[in-house]
Design a protein around this ligand. Structure first.
Ligand code: NAD
Ligand code: LMR
Length: 328
């Protein structure tokens, strides 16, 4: 007997990540090849954006996906998020010419306050929320704080692209396969201050740290390469990453919903105080997932170099939080 459809809301659905994401959700790559989905798509009410969204929906229709049980176009989060089980918040205000980081934070604070409130009011009580739109950690924090009746652990930010980027760099350096690398993680903010950490990673039973054994490469090559990869993609493509970002969103949601079988992945989640990160800071942590829940990997040793990197990314996140405090 086929499963009951679940509702998946996606914002910024006519944007470039949306275009790389929706077809994969509808084909079952996110929630399983036996899970029908209803897509609830949100775009700004602007006529041009709504028309582009209709075009994307025409293409979804033309794929005749057996798992696509329905789709809706919305211009208001209060209808787009109705009863939704999953919400992928991709749409955000991009940084415009002459716009300072504080302006970007304020513009996005408005969007994510409104969307958090709408989720609070109309979404399924178990809704799993992933924020992709930048600044992702702080936007997720704002949405969580704007939705007091939903469990705080339902709100997450995307660090999975950074995790996947780190996996590929480590695989290339060690001449191993990405799929064989375990126990890698990325701490902190989705920004160049993130701390990608392979100290615990193994590949085929060997320690990655021993295979690399080069702290200069770690500090001077690996960390800047992973941290500035988003900017490098923009420089090369003239547009920010889209397919790899959509792929990371699929990975994040699939693992949260279906479980990692003990494998570590990185998720941005509200801190419970682990590793000295103050409660509620939306921070990248190593997690495992099972039965639709994630759990932060506990008890890892933090050496002096790692502590310094963690402090730096935490400081940046706390400054971002302070920058929007008056808007919440
Ligand atoms: P895009 O500009 O191509 O598309 C964004 C879409 O969102 C547009 O169609 C726009 O109309 C829509 N939108 C804007 N405000 C909205 C709102 N309030 N409600 C609904 N829709 C809204 O951008 P993109 O390339 O798809 O990227 C989207 C976001 O994802 C950006 O903020 C980008 O920086 C971020 N991003 C994050 C990561 C990550 O790893 N966390 C990676 C890549 C990109
Ligand atoms: C990325 O990491 O690719 C995105 O967040 C885009 C950016 O601005 O870095």
């Amino acid at each position: 007997m086929s499963k009951k459809p679940v509702r998946v809301a996606v914002t910024g659905a006519a944007g470039q990540i949306g275009y790389a994401l929706l077809f994969r959700i509808a084909s079952g790559e996110m929630l399983g090849k036996d899970q029908p989905v209803v897509l609830q798509l949100l775009e700004i009410p602007d006529e041009k954006a709504q028309k582009a969204l209709k075009g994307v929906m025409m293409e979804l229709e033309d794929c005749a996906f057996p798992l696509l049980a329905g789709m809706e176009a919305h211009g208001d989060p209060n209808t787009a998020f109705k009863d939704t089980d999953y919400a992928l918040l991709v749409g955000a205000r991009p940084r415009g010419p002459g716009m300072e980081r504080a302006d970007l934070l304020a513009a996005n604070a408005q969007i994510f306050t409104a969307q958090g409130k709408a989720l609070d009011k109309v979404a399924s009580r178990g809704v799993k929320v992933l924020v992709v739109g930048n600044p992702a950690n702080t936007n997720a924090y704002i949405a969580m704080k704007s939705a007091p009746s939903l469990p705080r652990e339902n709100f997450t930010a995307m660090l999975r692209l950074d995790h996947n980027r780190a996996l590929s760099q480590v695989a290339a350096k060690t001449g191993t396969k990405v799929g064989d690398i375990e126990k890698l993680c990325v701490w902190g903010n989705h920004s160049p201050t993130m701390y990608a950490d392979y100290r615990f990673a193994t590949v085929g039973g060997k320690k990655v740290k021993d295979l690399i054994n080069d702290q200069v490469w770690n500090a001077d090559v690996f960390l800047p390469t992973v941290g500035k990869r988003g900017a490098a993609i923009i420089e090369a493509r003239g547009l920010s990453s889209a397919a790899s970002a959509a792929n990371a969103a699929i990975d994040h949601m699939r693992d949260w919903a279906l479980g990692t079988n003990g494998k570590w992945v990185t998720m941005g989640v509200p801190s419970n105080g682990d590793y000295g990160i103050p409660k509620d800071v939306m921070f990248g942590f190593p997690v495992t997932t099972a039965n639709g829940k994630y759990e932060v990997v506990k008890g890892l040793e933090i050496d002096a170099f790692s502590q310094e990197r963690i402090n730096k990314t935490l400081k940046e996140l706390q400054e971002e939080q302070a920058g929007v405090a008056h808007l919440l």
